[in-house]
Design a binder for this molecule. Structure first.
Ligand code: ASP
Ligand code: MG
Length: 414
């Protein structure tokens, strides 16, 4: 008897009818002779609504009560799914994170999962029931309900699959897989059959909102295969697995592609600080001050002036943080006697991702040539072994993605 773990996201359990549909799918897996554990998110936008409700009472919630409140959404969907299963003749039981043995760190709102004590789940499975578990939550050493960060039920599911030693964690969602790029920008974007953990982590962090980045990190630690697929169709989706496994499954072809995916991040802004005295401690002071204000800095570029005594620095932040970041940068610029601070919210970031880049020189130059041909000016560049990112003018971002998708041959094979 195999153990199967399914996870259903908020949209997939968004209405009573959708919950009944999920029940049918789960029942089918059980009727095929498997032991089935299901992890669910809250229905639709429930978690956002709970937070709105909270803001009507306070803008400064006690973290413990925040977790008490926002964890309730998952309880609703778990109980309803268990009822829908029972209604369809399939024995089922719903469990909260605590009841299911999900033990977290003692940190409200963003804890990590420490361990999963499987006794209760095993007992329920043994008695023939499908076990429906609330995602996004666990219990700490005091017995308090803890949540693990927004979007965290993907991570709950992967951790559960790893603890239960399932072969794969099926994550059902409202998209049918991971695409070479956003199909709304490039209609010929291709669904990938496989993608490696490293590439998926980059794409997830670059704003491809299909998976919680921590779930990918957790999967890579336990070598858990994630099958990301549609809750509306029976088709296969995308398998997220180690590069070694992909080579085994798919052979050489996959390995040779330098670029697997292209991401567009339209939620960034750029800040420049000009003619800063070039001496030790400057960057530490500026980025220390920004970190102190909880501003997340992404790309950082420093260039020197010909005299060598001054430098220009430019960096990007998330667009909603721009105002705060400019204030902090101006304060530090004054202290450091820099010439001036400039900022620009009219930018976006285009990134190519692929582990094949390591072994294939020329990816960066091809990217730059492609952009140059369309007269798209590159304002900033950063690279890593598996990623090249360029900041360009906001209005040129989509065009850039389209021509790069074409240039790297990522479109569907007709
Ligand atoms: N319901 C939670 C949220 O909206 C967790 C999740 O959906 O993954 O953040
Ligand atoms: Mg989610």
């Amino acid at each position: 008897m195999a153990i199967i773990v399914h996870k259903y996201g908020g949209t997939s359990v968004g209405t009573p009818d959708k919950i009944k549909n999920v029940a049918l799918r789960v029942k089918k897996a059980r009727d095929a002779g498997n032991e089935v554990v299901v992890v669910v998110s809250a229905m639709g936008h429930t978690t956002d609504e709970l937070i709105d409700l909270m803001h009507k009472v306070t803008h400064n919630p006690d973290p413990r009560e925040y977790d008490m409140l926002v964890s309730t959404g998952e309880q609703v969907s778990a109980a309803l799914l268990a009822m829908a299963l029972q209604e369809s003749g399939c024995p089922a039981v719903s469990l909260t994170g605590g009841q299911a043995g999900v033990v977290t760190e003692d940190i409200y709102r963003k804890a990590r999962i420490k361990e999963i004590k499987l006794d209760r789940i095993k007992k329920e499975l043994k008695s023939g029931k499908v076990v429906v578990i609330t995602g996004f939550q666990g219990i700490d050493s005091k017995g308090d309900i803890i949540t693990i960060g927004r979007g965290g039920s993907d991570t709950s599911a992967v951790a559960m699959a790893a603890a239960l030693k399932a072969d794969v964690c099926d994550i059902y969602t409202d998209v049918d897989g991971v695409y070479t790029t956003d199909p709304r920008i490039v209609p010929t974007a291709r669904k990938l059959k496989y993608i490696s953990y490293e590439e998926m982590l980059e794409l997830a962090s670059l704003g491809a909102q299909v998976l919680h980045p921590r779930s990918v990190e957790c999967a890579s630690i336990y070598n858990m295969v994630i099958h990301l697929r549609s809750s509306q169709k029976d088709d296969e989706g995308t398998y997220i697995m180690s590069a070694a496994q992909i080579v085994k499954e798919a052979g050489k072809m996959e390995k040779q592609e330098a670029v697997r995916g292209i991401a567009l991040d339209e939620n960034i802004a750029k800040i420049g600080i000009l003619r800063v005295p070039d001496k030790p401690g400057t960057a530490a002071k500026l980025f220390g001050a920004l970190a102190g204000e909880k501003v997340n800095v992404d790309m950082i570029v420093q260039s020197i002036h010909s005299q060598g005594t001054q430098a220009d620095m430019a960096f990007t932040v998330e667009r909603p943080d721009l105002k705060k970041a400019v204030e902090v940068t101006e304060r530090v610029a004054n202290e450091l006697k820099a010439e001036k601070v400039v900022s620009d919210a009219d930018v976006c970031k285009v990134s190519l991702v692929g582990i094949g880049m390591v072994s294939q020189p020329g990816t960066a130059s091809r990217m730059f040539e492609t952009l140059a041909k369309e007269k798209i000016n590159i304002q900033m560049i950063t690279t890593s072994e598996i990623k090249i990112s360029c900041v360009v003018k906001a209005e040129q971002g989509r065009k850039a993605v389209q021509i790069l998708h074409e240039a790297f041959g990522l479109s569907k094979v007709a």
